[in-house]
Design a protein around this ligand. Structure first.
Ligand code: FAD
Length: 283
């Protein structure tokens, strides 16, 4: 079991990983991509102390290089659930799970809200995890909503199991090949059903399905961690980055404005110190 599990590869997550290493904690650092898009995409950054006029790409490289130079490894995975069991937290990521005494959420803020029905039917026919739940749909009719080309191998895996697979690529240049895949270049509007999801509703019609997979790099905090207090779209956290769940801390954009690199990195540091204090009090 790890002392600390860190989720997220932006400035908050990098800072948390660096400080966990410096404080000699055992940790696992999970992130859906090696660096944050929000860092890579910045044209010119003027407010990062010590690095005037740095580009986003340069800063992203500096973050990665800093971590690598300290022997810090990131595990590339999307965490789809955090569950509290017997005094520890279990994190699910694809077909793997990780146990930790504390969790630091460095999730950033989601650009898009969950679709209507997404959270209602999650676990009742809607899944975020191809490898965890794909086998349940052998020979069945499924829909796959995918927001990022990087997950195309997961679409292909689902197609290899399902009977028919309606794929909604919400990105340009979908290149999947399976014969049973039907690519639909429209965005789903909502999901409907009764005890389980039954339909994907489009602007101009609906599609009957046995199951739906939603493949995206980030999941809303309240869906990720059951019982987590979220206020106006942000995780409620105090000055020690503590959330309403003892042992779970949050840092960066996910705790609220201002959305800034320095604030995110600062909170990543604070969250690790708070996690260490929490672990010391467990003993
Ligand atoms: C174009 C642009 C320019 C900007 N310019 C500036 C600037 O000049 N100065 C400034 O201070 N700020 C700037 N910002 C804001 C800055 O990018 C953010 O404040 C900062 O990146 C927040 O860091 P973070 O670590 O909280 O989150 P993020 O950088 O958003 O990182 C979160 C990471 O966690 C990952 N993640 C989320 N959920 C999961 C999960 N379930 N499992 C695994 N991984 C997950 C995400 O994929 C993401 O990589 C800019 C933002 C943009 C978009």
């Amino acid at each position: 079991m790890y002392d600390i599990a860190i989720i997220g590869g932006g400035p908050a997550g990098v800072s948390a990983a660096i400080n966990a290493k410096i404080l000699n904690q055992s940790y696992i650092w999970l992130a859906s991509r090696p660096t944050s898009k929000k860092v890579e995409r910045a044209e010119l950054i003027k407010n990062y102390p010590g690095l005037p006029n740095v580009t986003g790409e340069q800063l992203a490289w500096a973050f990665l290089h800093h971590a690598e130079s300290m022997g810090i490894e990131m595990t590339n995975a999307v965490v789809t659930g955090v569950y509290e069991t017997g005094g520890k937290f279990t994190l699910l990521a694809g077909d793997r799970d990780f146990d930790a005494k504390t969790v630091i959420l460095c999730l950033g803020v989601e650009a898009s809200k969950p679709l209507e029905g997404e959270e209602e039917f999650l676990g009742r026919g809607i899944s975020y995890c191809a490898t965890c739940d794909g086998m349940l749909y052998r020979g069945k009719n499924i829909a796959v909503v995918c927001t990022d080309k990087r997950f195309e191998h997961e679409i292909e895996y689902l197609c290899s199991i399902a009977g028919t697979c309606c794929v909604f690529p919400l990105y340009r240049g979908c290149e999947i090949k399976p014969q049973n895949a039907k690519i639909i270049l429209k965005a789903p509007v909502k999901f409907e059903g009764d005890t389980r999801v039954k339909r994907v509703v489009l602007k101009d019609g609906a599609l009957d399905v046995d199951g739906v997979f939603i493949l995206k790099p980030a999941i809303s905090p309240a869906t990720l961690v059951h019982g987590l207090r979220v206020e106006e779209g942000h995780i409620a956290a105090d000055r020690k980055c503590a959330t309403n769940i003892p042992g779970i801390f949050a840092a960066g954009d996910c705790t609220g404005r201002p959305y800034q690199y320095v604030k995110a990195a600062g909170e990543g540091n604070v969250a690790v110190h708070s996690a260490v204090e929490y672990i010391a009090n467990l003993k």
